[in-house]
Design a protein around this ligand. Structure first.
Ligand code: SAH
Length: 239
């Protein structure tokens, strides 16, 4: 937790917040803070800054916050991700939040098992909790939006073309002819397949909707590896 992300319900006055639960445990056990210390904090969907610990017990930490700096810039990326298996989904979601992806569409695909959609990780609370962990890692505050589309064909035919408008649209697919582009600064849409890959039919439909197939070389990467590799290849995070 490189930043404690504060929600409306954490604030008791405009500049005073109370931490408990996971974030309090972190203050005690990892950061080992004392009263008077400053910790990095941010307000969800707002600015980042510092919090002075004015009172600390086993049950709560009271902090007075001073928020003045903007969070890091978001990626100009809309990510369409074939729903991964639950354990990987949780990790990928955290990673997406850490990398600055703000628009995530979980889509169906032939090789997505039906049971993946039943995961409790898709509940509102769990989505928020895992994205919070990812944001806190990156000292970001802007909560990504997650959209769920459980039917591939209607989504790709009826919704996707409009979502791709004015964007460079790509589908990552091993074995295609075109290498993944680099140094994109412009709005980009990226489709990433399931563990078993998109089927040729699905790649055809994504191409019809406006996506260009691109590859990352001969090594097949797990989804949780492919996402950060694609993001770091497409965008210049170090500028
Ligand atoms: N067995 C599948 C690979 C699935 S890997 C196949 O051979 O097609 C899961 C997803 O990660 C892929 O659908 C793709 O979107 C992305 N991916 C992994 N490695 C890749 C590579 N070398 N090039 C392009 N995309 C890749």
């Amino acid at each position: 937790m490189n930043l404690a992300l504060l929600f409306e319900e954490d604030f008791v006055t405009t500049d005073r917040a109370v931490l408990s639960g996971r974030r309090l445990t972190h203050l005690h056990e990892v950061l080992k803070v004392s009263e008077g210390d400053l910790i990095p904090v941010g307000r969800v969907n707002g600015d980042i800054g510092t919090g002075r610990v004015v009172s600390l017990t086993d049950a709560r930490a009271d902090i007075v916050v001073d928020l003045a700096a903007p969070p890091p810039p978001p990626l100009p990326l809309t990510l369409f991700l074939a729903m991964p298996r639950p354990k990987m989904f949780r990790r990928v979601l955290q990673t997406c939040a850490t990398l600055g992806v703000k628009d995530i569409w979980l889509i169906n695909s032939y090789k997505v098992e039906k049971s993946f959609w039943q995961t409790p990780w898709l509940s509102e609370d769990n989505l928020r909790e895992n994205m919070t962990l990812g944001l806190e890692q990156a000292r970001d505050t802007i909560m990504p939006e997650v959209h769920v589309r459980k039917l591939f064909k209607p989504f790709v035919e009826d919704e996707l073309p409009a979502l791709l408008r004015d964007k460079r649209a790509l589908v990552a697919h091993p074995g295609t002819a075109t290498p993944c582009p680099m140094h994109l600064d412009l709005p980009t849409a990226l489709c990433v397949g399931p563990e078993g890959g998109f089927t040729p039919y699905e790649v055809g439909k994504l191409e019809e909707a406006g996506c260009e197939s691109v590859h990352l070389g001969p090594r097949i990467l797990r989804v949780e590896t492919a996402v950060p590799v694609l993001v770091s290849r497409l965008f210049d995070a170090c500028r």
